[in-house]
Design a protein around this ligand. Structure first.
Ligand code: AQP
Length: 329
């Protein structure tokens, strides 16, 4: 069985973008692959997080993984910080990464372009930690949204570099980007990605949003003056985004939705999008409540960490021997 690995950082409440671009795919893949899904709590502290909020977001993220359908019997679910071998491998890979490669990473470049101050060294080097997350487990595939593809490319480069410099050690992973929903856009500015850290809070639907609030956000989503429900990302980015959301959640192809709404107004279309979104959120939220009231989370994390640690430890030892920093058998 091929192995697949991915993670989400709890830098805020998980969003509909995380669900469509990542979580629902993880759930679909867990029957086909040996699945490893972690909570990237180290990645998230590359930017300052309020500790109290972070604790809540972290627990909610694990509960949401389960509520969205990740099954601990099929998937290894764990916390990144529970596997210290991963961070140690991250350091070793950082020593095999060039500054120029990290300079080209879009998340870092975007922050520099926006002249953000206090960019941490952690944010600069986190792509090589992400490479370690992937390579520690010999993942064959890494499902990601559009924006993370570049990081998997770096992991591939680092795996090949290490394999060539020493000897075959790492599986070279492949990114898997879904055809629909790989980049869900903000509802208030459809030229920007829907992000957890959306400052206005209007453009982003959180999985734990009150259903009335989520509905309102969709009904007020920015559209255009064209007045026809069409899939045209350049001239109608807002409507195209709503079409992607609806198609991803309902399974109905975009063409078929477009045909059904021919000659109909945006209000009617948005109402149906809101119905589909609220149905999805309602189901997830009911399961989330059950999970929060149970004591399953600790057990899931403990089992996941044990399994992950065993694999990552073996890989780290192999790497350390090849590099020459470990001399014991
Ligand atoms: N809007 C999105 N559309 C499709 N996929 C998305 N993903 C995130 N947002 C969207 C995918 O979810 C996975 C986990 O991403 P992440 O949360 O760890 O990192 P991120 O992409 O940086 O998320 P945010 O919400 O934008 O975080 P902040 O605001 O803290 O920077 C990835 O596969 C990602 O592609």
């Amino acid at each position: 069985m091929k192995r697949m690995l991915s993670g989400i950082k709890p830098s805020g409440q998980l969003t509909l973008g995380n669900y469509i671009g990542a979580l629902r795919n993880f759930v679909a893949y867990q029957d086909e692959y040996e699945m490893f899904v972690f909570i990237a709590n180290l990645h998230c502290v590359t930017v300052y997080q309020d500790p109290k909020e972070l604790r809540k977001n972290l627990k909610d993220a694990i509960a949401l993984y389960l509520a969205c359908g990740l099954d601990p019997q099929k998937s290894c679910i764990f916390l990144q910080s529970d596997v210290m071998e991963q961070a140690q491998l991250g350091f070793l890979l950082t020593c095999n990464t060039y500054m120029g490669e990290l300079n080209r990473m879009t998340q870092y470049k975007d922050k520099v372009a926006k002249q953000e101050t206090n960019i941490t060294a952690g944010l600069f080097v986190y792509p090589s930690l992400m490479a370690a997350d992937i390579l520690a487990y010999d993942a064959d595939y890494v499902p990601v949204g559009d924006d993370q593809k570049q990081h998997v490319e770096l992991a591939r480069d680092l795996a090949e570099r290490f394999n060539n410099r020493y000897s075959p050690t790492f599986v070279v992973p492949e990114p898997v980007v879904a055809k629909v929903g790989a980049r869900i856009m903000s509802l208030s500015d459809p030229t920007k990605k829907m992000s957890k850290s959306d400052e206005t809070n209007k453009g982003c639907i959180y999985l734990l949003d009150d259903l009335a609030v989520a509905r309102k956000k969709i009904m007020s989503a920015v559209t255009d003056m064209v007045g026809a429900v069409q899939y045209d990302k350049v001239n109608q980015p807002g409507i195209s985004n709503l079409l992607e959301i609806m198609s991803s959640l309902s399974g109905e192809p975009i063409d078929s939705i477009v045909t059904r709404f021919e000659g109909k107004g945006y209000g009617e279309f948005k109402k149906e999008v809101a119905d589909v979104v609220c149905e999805t959120l309602g189901t997830i939220q009911a399961k989330y409540q059950e999970i929060m009231e149970s004591d399953i989370i600790e057990k899931v994390l403990e089992d996941g960490a044990n399994k992950a640690r065993y694999i990552a430890h073996k890989k780290l030892m192999k790497v350390q021997k090849k590099i020459g920093i470990e001399i014991r058998k």
